[in-house]
Design a protein around this ligand. Sequence first.
Ligand code: MUC
Ligand code: MG
Length: 375
Amino acid sequence: MSSQVKILAVETLLVDVPTIRPHRLSVATMNHQTLVLVRVETSDGLIGWGEGTTIGGLAYGEESPESIKVNIDTYIAPMLVGQDPSFPAMLMASVNGHIQGNRFAKCAIETALYDNQAKRLGLPLSELFGGRVRDSLPVAWTLASGDTAKDIAEAERVLELRRHNIFKLKIGLRSVKGDVAHVAAIKRALGDMASVRVDANQAWSVTEALEGMAMLADAGVDMVEQPITADDKAGLQRLTQANIIPIMADEALHGPRDAFVVASAQAADIFAIKINQSGGLRGAAEVAAIGKAANIALYGGTMLEGAVGTMASAQLFSTFHDLAWGTELFGPLLLTEEILREPLQYRDFALEIPRRPGLGIDLDEEKLARLRRDR
Ligand code: MUC
Ligand code: MG
C-alpha cells in the first residue's frame, strides 16, 4: 500500500551572516558567510532541513550560493514536490539521474530529505547511515585572522575554554618562508598543549610544497592539507610519497571517483571528508569507505557550514569507526548569529551529537525569516 504522505514544498533560503572576524584563506577573505538552507515540508507536518553552503562565492568551488538556489528552485524542487518523501534514496537516484554536477545543491536536498524521513521514523540521522559509534566528535579550530599575535591570543583563549586543542592554520598568502615563520611562532607558543596543522588551499607549487613541508615538519606541525592544486593528483602523490609530513587531500576529493583515483595512487595520507564537496551524505560515506579500504586515515572536514550542515556532517562522521584526525566542525562558532533555538554544544574539545530524531536540531524560523536575503 503506498503511503499518502507527499512533499508539499521545497524552499531554498540564502542567509547572510557576518563572521566574528575576517577569516583569511588563500582563496578569499570572508567577512560574512552565506548559508544556503533547504527546507522540505511534507503533508504529515514534518520539516526537513539541509544545507549547501560554500566558501567565498565562487572562490572555492564551482557552485555559488546563488547558482545553488536557482538550480534547486528551477530544476530540483519541481521534481520533488508531490512525491512520497518516505524513500529518500529513491528520490535522490532520480535527482542524480536527471541533474549533472551540482554537488552542493544535491547535498542540501539529500540532507533535507533524510532529516525529514529520520524524523518520520523517530531516529537520529546517524542511524540511517549505518549507525553511530560515538556521541561526540573532537573539533579543531581554524586560526585565520592573518595576524600571528592575534592568532596566538585566539588559540590561547579557546584552549583555556577547553573548546579546541587542535588548530588548523590557513597559509598560502605569504611567501613560503613567511608562512613557515608564522606557523612556527604559533606552534612555539602552544607547545605540546595543541596539535598544529596547516591548510594551503592549493596555493603552492610542488617545489614550494616540498620546501615548505620540510620546514613545517621541523617546526612540529602535524600535517599539511591540500598544498597544491586539486587537479594535480600526480603532484599530490609525489608529496605524499616524499614522506616528509602527512598530506591531507581536501579540494582534490570531489566525490567517490576522485577518492578512488587518489587512493589508487596512494596520493594522500588523510582524506578530508566533506558532505557538500562529495555531493551529499551518501557520497561522503563512499569517499570515507574508499579511504578506509586504502588505509588512508579520515578527517571530518567542513565547508564552514552553519548549524544544519555542521550537524548533518556530525551525524555522518559519528558512524565512521576510525576517525584518526578528528573533525573541524566549528562552522557555527565563526558566525555572529545563532539560527537554532538551542545552540550546538561544544565542550571538552568536542561537539555533542544529539540523539533526537533527524538532525536533532531545532531551527529558529522567525530569526531565519529576519535574516534571509530576500526579505
Ligand atoms: C577548507 O579548505 O578546509 C575549513 C576550515 C576553514 O577555515 O576553511 C575550511 C575550508
Ligand atoms: Mg581545506
